[in-house]
Design a protein around this ligand. Structure first.
Ligand code: NOJ
Length: 710
């Protein structure tokens, strides 16, 4: 009986969690969430005992005057403020890196301490930094967040350790065991190449040194295993999502294998931080290719850069923003997995750009209504900012003094979170522009018969009259008006079906939700998670209108085995018999089939293989070398630059190299091709290479160009 009593509470707890989990949707599906970004050291000091720990003494500034010192925020502080976040309606948080950071500071020329209060200067990827807590507090944070219906995204800086010319000289530890630093690196755990000089050269970006930080050599087998298990460790401790910090700088092919390891272990959401300007960024195409191939979400830098120009600095118009959104929507396999933001810890707060609160509010409301998952930087709800030297790093990392639940920003964000939760169209909908001018932006979001129309006028005058004809058709209005979903909070007006045209007030946003579903009742897929995985693994297809009775899920016509079926979510087993790009659709029991969405089937678990091609003896005039072959990440024999692997990168020793994520233990065949600047085939090898991928990577595979003569 006593034993039984002991078992009952955990059992109840387990049932409670299972119920809460099912109710809140699937853990990996952040698409329906709204994120609050917490810069842990600057948020809330929940435990003063860890302010200046013995092991790393002297990096804490109780007066908060040195912006580069620790100020005391910690994981207990985050736990303490979960009720505040829940009240504002957030369903996910992104916290700065939790892993153990360097214990000795870097000293500035004037002797002032530069501490890793941000978390991006790792030393032991398997521990929690003593300034913010330990594993027990981390576990409590996960448990409390989940109990509040809040998912947790952890930040992982897999590219580097700490500063190489100061402090601990980039030291790396495996738990308590010292492994190496950048001064004495006998086992080649680091790349020892110069600082990045050309920010558009993919070789330099991945292999050179970023900001004097110890650049980890992910093609070293210890580093590969070590970092992989560190990431998985956080997932095992309950993290729902991982942010790949500096994804542009860590080895691209290798990162795909890490993503695959995470997805292999069940539900998880991964998102890449690939810093760029807008869609005209010279490496935009590379980012898109990385994200599509790895099956991850992406921080929407193009959206952020543009909205900051349009509404923050008022230097551009909505035509620019619409162009950026349309381009990304056309290029990305899953635009709803983008994370939209208007500022973060690396750039001046939006409020520093524009003191007019209406500009901030309009930017927030737009971010909540365009496609993608909105992420709000902590303190935006209190309009905090420090404009010293323009308000950039570190002044964007302001201490969060006020947790005022009555502030206008708090109320607006609460309202926006509520709106977002109540609308499938806003969480998952396709976006289409309806009318775009410099000051005017009208667009619709549609999903499974639900529609929302958003109309913004950023100008200082009333807009010219806008015809209501098209809008009425989308909203399916009857005779009665549709109120603005924010009840005029940001100047929005009601949509009156009777009038032929309407005028949008200055500096306003109006959000009109179709009164009810247009009633097409068709099944519609919201997300496929993961979107890239090998055969035999569970894949969750979420959406609406699948019907209670079991139907089929088709992947390029092949019917997949069903593990679980409900009206809104189906779990299938990923296909083991075919590989490559395919399209998945849900066929309801009554035969009605949804629109299809892309999915990539891999032929096996991924391992990192670095191809090394001895110079093919070609007279290069801007052409590029690619690999195409019989694996998803070799482009399935495609000769298109976006699908084939590459271009290969000219390395230090003048060979061409490329790290590709390939199916472990499988035999692949491939050939080398040379494409011109337009992506047209210039020359291809005659012979076909054949290669048995080892069961474990990383591995380097050397080869030579095979011409007719060979
Ligand atoms: C991007 C992070 O957001 C930034 O804060 C950090 O300094 C760099 N990556 C390097 O880790």
């Amino acid at each position: 009986m006593t034993e039984f009593r002991k078992v009952i509470p955990p059992l109840c707890l387990a049932v409670f969690f299972l119920f809460a989990f099912l109710k809140s949707g699937f853990a990996e599906d952040l698409r329906a969430s709204t994120i609050y970004q917490i810069f842990t050291d600057r948020f809330c000091n929940g435990d003063t005992k860890n302010d200046d720990p013995e092991v790393s003494k002297g990096m804490f500034d109780p007066e908060k005057k040195n912006w580069n010192a620790y100020w005391g925020g910690d994981l207990q502080g985050v736990i303490d403020k979960l009720p505040y976040l829940k009240k504002m309606g957030f369903t996910a948080i992104w916290i700065s890196p939790v892993i153990d950071n360097v214990n000795k500071p870097t000293l500035e020329a004037d002797g002032r301490v530069m501490a890793p209060y941000h978390g991006y200067h790792a030393r032991n990827f398997k521990g929690i930094d003593e300034h913010i807590g330990d594993w027990k507090v981390f576990d409590r944070l996960i448990e409390s967040a989940h109990r509040s219906g809040i998912k947790v995204m952890v930040d992982m800086p897999l590219n580097h350790t700490s500063t190489i010319n100061h402090g601990e000289f980039g030291a790396l530890y495996n738990g308590m065991e010292f492994m190496s630093d950048t001064e004495n690196d006998r086992n080649k755990l680091f790349n020892h190449l110069p600082e990045i000089a050309d920010w558009n050269d993919p070789y330099q970006l991945q292999y050179y040194t970023l900001a004097w930080l110890g650049d980890l050599n992910q093609e070293n087998s210890f580093i590969d295993t070590y970092l992989g298990s560190a990431v998985l460790n956080l997932k095992k401790h309950g993290a729902d999502a991982t942010r790949l910090d500096a994804a542009k700088h860590a080895n691209w092919g290798w990162q795909s294998t890490v993503v695959n390891k995470l997805y292999d272990q069940g539900r998880h959401f991964v998102v890449a931080e690939w810093w760029m300007s807008d869609t005209d960024d010279p490496l935009y195409k590379e980012a898109v290719e990385f994200v599509n191939k790895a099956g991850v979400g992406m921080f929407d830098f193009p959206f952020a850069t543009t909205i900051r120009k349009v509404l923050g600095e008022e230097k551009s118009g909505f035509k620019h923003l619409a162009r950026v959104i349309e381009r990304e929507d056309a290029d990305l396999k899953d635009p709803n997995a983008l994370i939209t933001f208007i500022d973060n810890h690396d750039m001046p707060r939006f409020t520093s750009l524009n003191k007019d609160r209406r500009a901030v509010d309009l930017a927030l409301a737009l971010m909540y209504t365009v496609r993608g998952i909105p992420s709000v930087y902590y303190g935006t709800e209190q309009y905090i900012h420090d404009d010293t030297k323009g308000g950039g790093d570190p002044y964007t990392r302001v201490w969060m003094k006020d947790f005022d639940e009555e502030s206008e920003g708090f109320k607006l964000i609460t309202e926006l979170n509520r709106l977002r939760r109540s609308s499938e169209a806003l969480s998952y909908g396709f976006q289409r522009s309806i009318e775009v001018g410099d000051d005017l932006y009208i667009f619709k979001r549609e999903f499974g018969g639900h529609s929302v129309v958003v109309a913004v006028n950023k100008g200082k005058q009333n807009s010219a009259p806008v015809s209501t004809e098209r809008l009425s058709a989308i909203l399916g209005t009857g005779d009665t008006a549709i109120e603005d979903a924010l009840a005029g909070r940001l100047g929005g007006v009601a949509f009156s079906a009777g009038a032929k045209s309407l005028t949008l007030p200055p500096r306003s946003i109006s959000i009109w939700k179709a009164r009810e579903s247009n009633g097409n009742g068709l099944p519609e897929i919201a997300s496929i998670s993961p979107g890239v995985i090998h055969g035999g693994k569970p894949v969750v297809v979420s959406g609406i209108g699948f019907g209670e009775k079991q139907g089929q899920v088709l992947a390029d016509g092949e019917s997949l085995s069903i593990r679980h079926w409900s009206d809104r979510s189906v779990e299938v087993t990923s296909p083991a018999t075919s590989y490559g790009e395919m399209r998945m659709a849900v066929k309801r029991a009554d035969g009605v089939t949804s629109r299809s969405k892309p999915f990539t089937a891999l032929s096996g678990k991924l391992v990192p293989i670095t191809f090394q091609v001895e110079s093919p003896g070609f007279n290069w005039k801007g052409e590029k070398l690619y690999i195409t072959g019989s694996a998803s990440n070799l482009g399935c024999w495609s000769r298109k630059p976006q699908q084939a692997a590459g271009p290969l990168l000219l390395s230090e020793d003048r060979d061409y190299i490329l790290c590709v994520a390939l199916p472990a233990g499988k035999k692949v065949s491939f050939k080398l091709i040379i494409l011109d600047k337009e992506g047209k085939l210039v020359r291809e090898e005659k012979g076909i290479h054949s290669y048995k991928v080892p069961d474990q990577g990383p591995w380097r595979h050397k080869l030579r160009w095979q011409d007719e003569a060979q």
